[in-house]
Design a protein around this ligand. Structure first.
Ligand SMILES: [Fe+2]
Length: 191
């Protein structure tokens, strides 16, 4: 499950319902999907076949036309160059939609002048609308496997804001097994 943080105010949220509603208020879809459909080491084609219903449903929701499986690990050629394309604040002309199958990473979302970090891991589905200022980094194991959806693959180009805002945020990953003290107070959604 994801970990949602607001680094500026040291708030951390790791409760599913609270993550969903907090992200929804920012225009971000978040869902926790089942991972028991396929073995961890199955092929990309097996993943696409096993999740055919979810893939079709998401295509309908967002007008996406294609889906694929991205698989990145420390032995991926030119990994640093690939990651450097996305670790500076940018936007896209289309939604960024990911269902994480393995590995962990952080989406930093810069919305309404506030930065939220969403650490995603296996089972997390995140949909970031086109035009949202954001950046992305992998956690320490530099591994991510995810289903991606596209409206138009030619639109998958980062438009950099050159704000430099990302320099003020450490890519801290807490992971699913983090048992230490939570930072600050959780957001009271009823307040
Ligand atoms: Fe992006």
């Amino acid at each position: 499950m994801a970990v949602l943080r607001f680094p500026d105010t040291n708030q951390m949220i790791d409760n599913l319902a609270a993550i969903r509603s907090s992200l929804a208020s920012l225009g971000i879809d978040y869902e926790l999907w089942s991972l028991d459909r396929v073995p961890q080491d199955c092929s990309a084609d097996d993943v696409l076949a096993a999740y055919a219903d979810e893939i079709a449903g998401m295509k309908q929701r967002g007008g996406y036309v294609t889906a694929d499986v991205i698989d990145v690990n420390p032995s991926t050629p030119n990994l640093d160059a690939m990651l450097a394309r996305f670790d500076k604040e940018h936007t896209h002309d289309e939604d960024e939609v990911r269902f994480i199958l393995a590995g962990r990473g952080i989406f930093f979302l810069h919305i309404n002048g506030r930065v939220a970090s969403v650490e995603v891991g296996p089972g997390d589905m995140l949909r970031v609308p086109r035009g949202t200022t954001h950046w992305f980094t992998l956690c320490e194991d530099r591994r991510i496997r995810a289903i991606r959806w596209f409206q138009d693959t030619t639109g998958w180009t980062p438009h950099y804001t050159d704000s430099g805002v990302e320099k003020g945020y450490q890519p801290l990953c807490f992971g699913p097994a983090y048992l230490g003290p939570r930072i600050g107070t959780k957001i009271d959604l009823n307040a």
